[in-house]
Ligand binder design. Sequence first.
Ligand SMILES: NC(=O)c1ccc[n+]([C@@H]2O[C@H](COP(=O)([O-])OP(=O)(O)OC[C@H]3O[C@@H](n4cnc5c(N)ncnc54)[C@H](OP(=O)(O)O)[C@@H]3O)[C@@H](O)[C@H]2O)c1
Length: 307
Amino acid sequence: MRIYERPRSSGEAFYTHTTTTTTTRPSSKRNNGMASLVASNLAAAAKYKNPVAVFVGGTSGIGQGMAESLNRQTKGNAHIVLVGRNKDAAETIISKMKAANEGPSTGSYDFVPCDVSSLPNIKPAAATILSKHPKINFLVLTAGYLWSFIHELLPSLRSAKEAGEDVKVLSVYAAGVAGSGDAAAVGNDVMIEEYATRNPGIVFTHAAPGAVRTNILKSSDSVMVRGMGRVLPLFASLFTVSQDECAEYLWSGLYRSTASTGSGAIPGAHRIGSKGQDLGMKAYYGTPEKRKEVWEETVKVTDTTEA
Ligand SMILES: NC(=O)c1ccc[n+]([C@@H]2O[C@H](COP(=O)([O-])OP(=O)(O)OC[C@H]3O[C@@H](n4cnc5c(N)ncnc54)[C@H](OP(=O)(O)O)[C@@H]3O)[C@@H](O)[C@H]2O)c1
């Protein structure tokens, strides 16, 4: 395997993989660390044979980075499904992933259009995915905390587990960094616990990506976040990572997380930080009562049967 790495701009890394030797040309300690992370993720991915991975929010940002990263790690042998609204973006990303593959590959690429802000859109989108993929190994959610998508895709997640394969779900939001008043962060924490308890053998994770240079900084509804988007590039190499770097960190955390261990007392429920590290129960504000409340509310709102 050859890993060629060069700085794209200050602090940003670019990777391509070919087949025989290893050449690393890092310009900094940070790039050295990233090169070894890329190599260890490549080694971790080798155990998966044609994994199926669904990226809800795969048409941009962190989801895009994670899809492209898996494509590199598996050398084009993963089945990748991108879910989002932007068909043009999806087609561009898929072309880029195909072009990155060297030699014959056995993977596949699909775009499933879905505006997830409207719940009735989710069942048909999930049904399209289930019909093509009776087994799913990875479900990565970056377009919001979308329990409905997990509920709907559980049959294929469970089938993969019953076939003895690794199955991992990742919700990217704000593990370990939000306060007790952030209902979405608390909701993510308690829901991964509830899902892990109800689905032994499957890994459910909540991650905090850190500050990542993605579209969210330009398109957020929040004036403060958009303001950060204008200021952050000035300090980019110090305080932020590219979506490619973020993807490698999050994959490292996901590969490390197992169904028999957990960040707290619940096996399979993990919280991972922006470097892929285990956060333990840092800044965890869930309670058993909160968990029950969020679960019951979700089942009601999503009109989903017991999962
Ligand atoms: N970037 C950061 O620094 C940062 C920091 C902390 C937490 N986060 C969290 O990480 C997650 C991902 O952030 P990001 O930076 O990757 O964002 P991003 O670049 O804006 O990407 C968001 C993705 O979600 C999809 N999406 C958004 N609304 C959708 C809708 N209604 N229906 C379907 N798809 C939708 C978008 O696809 P379409 O445009 O195709 O619909 C896109 O693929 C977010 O939950 C964010 O809160 C990010």
